[in-house]
Design a protein around this ligand. Sequence first.
Ligand SMILES: [Cu+2]
Length: 304
Amino acid sequence: MRQALALALGTFLAFAWASTPSTAATRDFWVAAVDVDWNMVPNERDAIAGMRYDASQTVFPTVVYRRYTKGWKRPLRNSPDQDLIPGPLLRARVGDKLRVHFKNLDTAFDRPHSMHFHGVEYKPSSDGAYLPGFSGRDAEVRPGQTWTYRLTAGSQSAGVWPYHDHSPSMDESIAGGMYGALSILGRHQSRPDREFVVIFAPMGQFQTIDGRAFVGNTPVFRSWVGAIVQWDVLAMGSEEHTFHVHGHRWVARDGRDVDTQTVGPAESFALRWREKDPGTWLYHCHVEQHMMQGMIGIYRVARR
Ligand SMILES: [Cu+2]
């Protein structure tokens, strides 16, 4: 009896395995480090507090990650919601291989740069982290040079993870916005209808979301009633942040329903809901000092 059961179970598992769609793919991404003048407050105001700023307070030269077409032929927007900060959202599925082709096109600062990825599997030559005497060219890609990082989305890689510069210029590069996110679906997980990336990080005198401060500058995320919405929430820097969305709740990792969730340096989480609440809502860090220094934005749900 036990043998028969084991056989039946084995047959079932073999069938389940065989019927798993073979979707594993190799995904190529083309990314470069480019120097830009970045404006943290393009509309020059904190509309909620009624404060005004001018460009001398909000613009600074920095280096960021930019998405390119194959062979770095043509620059692209990093995503529909964000032009340059964060870097491109690198999407994959468990089982996929990722090849991230990186070129340092920084001509303003003459700094080395790199990409270091959380959450995925790789050999030390794709670590991108500078360690004198041990690390190689992956960890200090000089201006004009390139490196290809070879990553695998393993069985423990489902979720959202940060990537960032880990070269000798790591400190100033991260302070200047050299970070982004990987978004890896589970083997059988469907894609959401909308996916929003929120990266909390300090920048200059401001506390920013995706390198911008205050409503009207931070991304305006949009969805519609019935849409499956995913928020990818990450933090860089040295502080904890508490992600909060008005009028909505979601299920945290421990199974509780929450409307506020904490994220610390280099931590990340993804959350989903099916949208049912039309209107214009706020999302923000609920550390109130951070919110007042810029970590707040608008989320708009169409009635549809
Ligand atoms: Cu915060």
